[in-house]
Structure formats: structure tokens, C-alpha cells
Design a protein around this ligand. Structure first.
Ligand SMILES: Cc1ncc(COP(=O)(O)O)c(C=O)c1O
Length: 385
């Protein structure tokens, strides 16, 4: 089986984890947590990096630190992994789902601007949605598959409508816009180190921020809001959202490999682009101008997606349909959806995620591409024995 996207443990993972075991520093604190945070801050250029237990918990803590209140609207894309919308619900707030651009797969800023202009008004420095009376408090865009927005435009929009910007950067470690790393433009940026991400700690995340007070509060909240190292004194409701030292050790080793991983992901993307050049009806994500993408995941659009997933599976290749739109999941069907053409449905209905582990070989890529090409040209090959 050629897997979809698996971890690539090719460096010092064993050595650093063994060091944790040998020294008994396996839990909440230790030098690897500090080293991992420092490595992330250095690589991304963020002033602070706070290690947490997952991308989801990074987003949750960011919403708390940003002061999101129950009843607020938080704008999120309709095309994303479910965690982006879930965390808004954790707050008792409402996801304000926004349709996407059908080429970049990113939240459509034209559509959003029009909505904010026509359907909200500023009252006491807060954009209020006229129809519901709800404050539109924050924008949580997703840098889908490693693509970034026109960030100058996004920042201007946030300033004009007084929106807090929290970037869901789960998929974009190694992606830059005009030389600036994803997740460092807004108040906070959240990374994921889930097993399918460009680097992994098994499970883990990081909050990036340039604001020292936010970093301190985020750290505090992830450690049960512990106010004393001696007594069991906790000064607010806290969370056990820390990244433990043994997982941070894996993260430090993975960070050493990140530049190679980014290069390989970009190569894999080019490989697919070249192999599928000229195949009518197969479309790739369009990158925005000024973006250097980490090419985290290869997704192509094809009208016969479900048949293709099946065909690949029958021939030993794992693939997956792209996410189901948020507005079609039971938890979000009642939520507000800003859309004119429902591009999300079109992209989600046709998008297929193709194998792109950094450890995939060129021969394996050739196999996948051969299967896709022959399927596309209608001459279905004989299944592999
Ligand atoms: C866009 C997006 N947001 C959030 C997450 C959640 O991250 P985690 O699985 O580490 O909780 C993921 C991926 O898993 C993601 O792709």
C-alpha cells in the first residue's frame, strides 16, 4: 500500500526520546519543551512560541486569550478540517462560515468584505451583525494546504472592521508570504504537529505570537492556571493542554529535518503537476501571488473523484476525498453561511488528496501518477496482483 501521508522519522528522534527516558524528564517540563519552542520561534520569526497538546488546543487557547465571548461570531472558512469550527463552539460562540475561492481554496475575501460592508455596522468599535445583533469579533482564516492569503489585504480588512486575527496555520509550517512566515501576521497563529503534518510530535501544537502578555497567559492557561509551584493554587479556570517533554523531544528532531521536508514536499507537488500536465479536467490549487507554499498536501480536483478514490484503493494506493464542508456537518448546519455560489461544495465534491509523504519514493509517485493518468484517460489498468 502506498500511504497517504505518514510520519517520516529520519533524524534524531530516537536519540532525543531516549535522552528523556534516560534522564527521567518525560512529563510536563524539561529542556526539550524549551528547545522546541525556541526552534519554532526562530524558524517562523515569531517573538514567542508556546507548545501545546494539539493544533485544536492551540486554537482553543487563542480564542480564550483573545477574549472571545459566548454569543460572538468568529468568521471561519466553510472548507477546513473540523477543528477550526469546533473550537468556536467550545467558546459558546458561533462560527460565521464563509465560502471560499474555487481556485485558491481559501476563504473568499471579496465575499467577506462585501458581507461586512453590507450586513454589519460598527458600534462602539465592534462590528455588529445587523440581522442577529451578534458582535463579529474575530477572523480565523485557514492557510489551506499551505497556501496563504494576500496578507496586506487581510490585515487591512481586520483593521477596518475591528476583527481580531487568529491564523489557523495548522497546515502551513514552512509557508511564507513575501518572506514572512504564516501565523505571524495576526494576534496569534496556531500550528499542528498531528501525524499527517509536515513535522509531527505524534500529537502537538504551537501558538505563535509577538505579544508577550498573550504568550504568558497562553502558557498559564495550558498549565491549569497554576499560580504557585508549591501550593495547589490556580487563579482561573485552566486546562491541561501542555506538550510533554518526550513529545517535544521528537519535535526538536523533526525541526532539524524541516527544511528538507519542505523541499521534498515542493518536489512532490511539482512531480504531480508535471505528470498531470495536459490532462483536461484535473485542476490544482492556485497559489496566491507572493506565496512560497510548503505544499503540505497535494489535492487535485476531478469530477470523477469518488471513482478515482476507489480505483486507487483497488490498486494499493491510499487517497481520500477532501473535507466535507462545515455547513454539511450536523454540528454546523444551523450556522450562518456567507455564500453566493457555494464554491465550497464544488471543491469539496471534487477534491482528492493524493499520497505525499516526504518519504514517498519517485517510483511510488510514478505508480500513483500512472494510475491517475490511465484512469483519467478512461483506460482502467489491470489491478496490481
Ligand atoms: C486546518 C486545521 N486546523 C486544525 C487542525 C487540528 O490540529 P490537531 O489535529 O493537531 O488538533 C488541523 C489538523 O489536524 C487542520 O488541518
Amino acid at each position: 500500500m502506498i500511504p497517504l501521508c505518514v510520519p517520516h522519522l529520519a533524524g534524531n528522534e530516537w536519540a532525543y526520546i531516549k535522552d528523556c527516558l534516560d534522564t527521567n524528564w518525560v512529563s510536563a517540563t524539561g529542556q526539550y519543551v524549551n528547545r522546541f519552542e525556541k526552534a519554532l520561534a526562530e524558524y517562523t520569526g515569531a517573538a514567542h512560541a508556546v507548545a501545546v497538546s494539539s493544533g485544536t488546543t492551540a486554537l482553543h487557547i487563542s480564542l480564550i486569550v483573545s477574549g472571545i465571548q459566548p454569543g460572538d461570531f468568529v468568521i471561519v472558512p466553510n472548507l477546513t478540517f473540523v477543528a477550526t469550527a469546533n473550537v468556536v463552539k467550545y467558546m459558546g460562540a458561533h462560527p460565521l462560515l464563509c465560502d471560499i475561492d474555487p481556485d485558491t481554496y481559501l476563504l473568499d475575501l471579496d465575499l467577506l468584505e462585501e458581507f461586512l460592508e453590507n450586513e454589519t455596522e460598527l458600534r462602539d468599535g465592534t462590528a455588529i451583525h445587523r440581522a442577529t445583533g451578534r458582535p463579529v469579533r474575530a477572523l480565523m482564516p485557514v492557510h489551506v494546504l499551505g497556501n496563504l492569503f494576500d496578507m496586506e489585504r487581510m490585515l487591512a480588512l481586520c483593521e477596518r472592521f475591528h476583527l481580531i486575527l487568529i491564523e489557523d496555520t495548522a497546515e502551513a509550517l514552512g509557508s511564507f508570504y513575501k518572506g514572512q512566515h504564516a501565523g505571524t501576521f495576526g494576534r496569534m497563529g496556531c500550528l499542528s504537529f498531528n501525524g499527517n503534518k509536515i513535522i509531527t510530535t505524534g500529537g502537538g501544537g504551537i501558538i505563535l505570537t509577538n505579544n508577550e502578555a498573550d504568550a504568558r497567559r497562553a502558557k498559564h492557561l495550558t498549565m491549569q492556571a497554576k499560580a504557585s509551584t508549591l501550593e495547589y493554587l490556580h487563579d482561573e479556570v485552566g486546562y491541561n493542554y501542555r506538550l510533554v517533554n518526550i513529545l517535544a523531544a521528537m519535535g526538536v528532531a523533526q525541526m532539524e529535518l524541516l527544511p528538507d521536508f519542505v523541499r521534498r514536499k515542493q518536489e512532490i507537488n511539482r512531480f504531480y503537476e508535471q505528470a498531470f500536465a495536459g490532462l483536461e479536467g484535473l485542476r490544482f490549487q492556485r497559489l496566491n501571488e507572493g506565496v512560497s507554499s510548503n505544499c503540505w498536501h497535494v489535492v487535485v480536483r476531478t469530477p470523477r473523484r469518488d471513482e478515482l478514490v476507489q480505483h486507487l484503493a483497488q490498486n494499493g494506493v491510499e487517497s481520500r476525498p477532501l473535507w466535507i464542508p462545515m455547513n454539511r456537518l450536523p454540528a454546523f448546519t444551523q450556522d450562518w453561511y456567507i455564500s453566493r455560489h457555494d464554491h465550497t461544495a464544488a471543491v469539496a465534491g471534487e477534491g482528492i488528496m493524493l499520497p505525499c509523504s516526504t518519504s514517498i519514493t519517485d517510483d511510488e509517485l510514478q505508480t500513483v501518477c500512472g494510475l491517475v493518468r490511465s484512469f483519467h484517460q478512461q483506460s482502467v489498468p489491470v489491478p496490481a496482483s
